[in-house]
Design a protein around this ligand. Structure first.
Ligand code: C5P
Length: 222
């Protein structure tokens, strides 16, 4: 695999709806980083599984990942609760994760030249995908805050769902993501904890920016 030298790599892990995506996007924009929401890959595969249940096997997944375009990951349908739940089911399979792994590596270590580096968020980024990241964050918030944020997000998309249903679904997904044998969600010792429960988007961004700028100042351009 080609690895670009002298790039900044940021790795973020977080439970569902903790605000990691919003944060990662603003950080990526500020530092000109290639951004990948890795959850969207699992959601895309979940969408394909629900659409083509009979065709869904490793070869099918391989061919879909090989031809995967960024625009495939921006489909609005991927944002539904149903797809999120199915994503956490298929994310337990080692063979499927292995296929997704190489796609993510290329994104993280070989971003297009116009970018100064990469920023990936997901569940196993800090210890499995980019273990040598320059910055590692574990972004979280309490369960009710996360459920309320996701509920508002889904309502904004005109989805027919109640707060209670969202809360139940996030609880279930947390349980599955934290306890699965393969690549569970965990906070590594070298990840900085960012609790977004009482922070708005701007405050989260400034908190992380301060950490990054301080280290960049000490280490030069990294
Ligand atoms: O981040 P998001 O909620 O969109 O992720 C959907 C699901 O995909 C998660 O609940 C998790 O099971 C799975 N996932 C994963 N590893 C990642 C990213 C997401 O297992 N790196």
């Amino acid at each position: 695999m080609i690895k670009r030298k002298n790039i900044i790599k940021i790795a973020i892990d977080s439970p569902a709806a903790a605000g990691a995506g919003t944060l990662a996007k603003s950080i990526s924009k500020h530092y000109n980083l290639f951004y990948l929401d890795t959850g969207k890959i699992y959601r895309y595969l979940a969408f394909l599984k629900l659409k083509f249940p009979k065709k869904f096997n490793n070869n099918f997944v391989k061919s879909k990942i090989k031809s995967l375009k960024v625009k495939d990951l921006s489909k609005k349908i991927l944002l539904t609760d149903e797809i999120g739940t199915e994503a956490s089911v298929i994310a337990k399979y080692k063979s499927l994760r292995n296929i997704v792994h190489s796609f993510q590596l290329n994104f993280a270590y070989n971003p297009p030249k116009k970018y100064s580096g990469s920023c990936l968020d997901g569940r196993d980024i800090t210890y499995n995908i980019v273990p040598d990241a320059d910055f590692k964050f574990y972004v979280t918030a309490n369960l009710k805050t996360r459920a309320l944020r996701r509920y508002k997000e889904l309502k904004g998309l005109k989805k027919n769902i109640t707060y209670k249903e969202v809360l139940k679904s996030i609880k279930k997904r947390d349980k599955s993501d934290l306890n699965r044998k393969i690549s569970p969600l965990k906070k590594t010792k070298d990840s900085l904890l960012i609790n977004t429960t009482n922070l708005n988007k701007r405050a989260c961004f400034l908190k992380i920016k301060k950490i990054i700028d301080r280290k960049k100042l000490i280490n030069g351009n990294l």
